[in-house]
Design a protein around this ligand. Sequence first.
Ligand code: PMP
Length: 373
Amino acid sequence: MATIAHEKVGRTTDRIFNFGAGPAVLPVPVLEEARRDLLSLPGAGMSILEISHRSKAFEEILHAAIADIRRLASIPSSYRILFLQGGASLQFSMVPMNLLPEDGSADYIVTGAWSKKAVKEAQKSGMVSIAASTEADGFTRIPEQSELRLDPEARYVHITTNNTIFGTEWHREPSVGMVPLVADASSDIFSRPIDVSRYALIYAGAQKNLGPAGATLVILREDLLERIPKGLPTMLDYRTHAEGNSLYNTPPVFAIYLIRLVAKWMLAEGGLEAIGRRNEEKATMLYDALDRSGGFYRPHAKPGSRSNMNVTFRLPSEDLENQFLSEAGKHGFSGLKGHRSVGGIRASIYNAFPVAGVEALVGYLKEFASRNG
Ligand code: PMP
């Protein structure tokens, strides 16, 4: 793989454009600060990898991570911010174990492979009603409000805010009345302003927009804690982590440290309004290039459901797709291969993905189409 000096950032000159879906690109200033702290955290005299989770240094990091995330997304004080482990995949189980009693029913809106996995786990706890599914349309779109068959008695409604594999995204929350809304926001968390008060629980694996793999962010409305049944395994009970402030057991210290730096970076970038505008610009540049290719490139997602995070598309043939991918490597682009279940191309352009990388890909899209179209 070619290493090309795309990012002009001090001595970091051998970084290529990483379009990977996750773990994914991180902000360069964050990586530079982490590089410094990897040897010795100022004031601690030891590596961030070596400090105790009970140390004052980590206490400050955890506190700052929570405070900055709260500020970034204006999270009301009635919500707890937790850092758990087990990925978003464990949340597929923890949400129903904590919130779906055996005699209860939950509504799931199925918009992709991750929603289906969430359904499979929920079915082990209680009844699941599929309030809508766009599988028959190849998961090319998000359902309309009028398609949702919502049960006013449901314990909660579960959505996947961004479908990483198919490249579709909810552009506004569904109206669910008084029923708690639960969201898997793994692949678009903090990519734009969010009204947290519309949700009862939001979870996200860190490894796309928040930091490295190893931590899962859970934002939970406090009153939900009262509904949790007794007798759950201690580590799978949200109350354990809420009461212990994510320190019941050894938390993923390094991942939380990095999330703390990413949160600080997002605030310095101008917060979610500014980040959202930039994400919109980046995605628009790419979709425009695809739409103006005279049909050479075919976006997977229907307009209106398109993701600003994962741009998925096909070329006229698999041979051309393979050629596109192999030449992309030579241009210094990595991670463009679509998920194995969908094929084609996927460009993941999370918060930290630079505008220059999108511009470079647009140039390549045009050049490749004119050569092969
Ligand atoms: N939900 C979504 C939307 C995802 O994109 C992913 C991972 N790509 C997951 C859940 C699973 O996350 P994890 O690997 O952290 O368990």
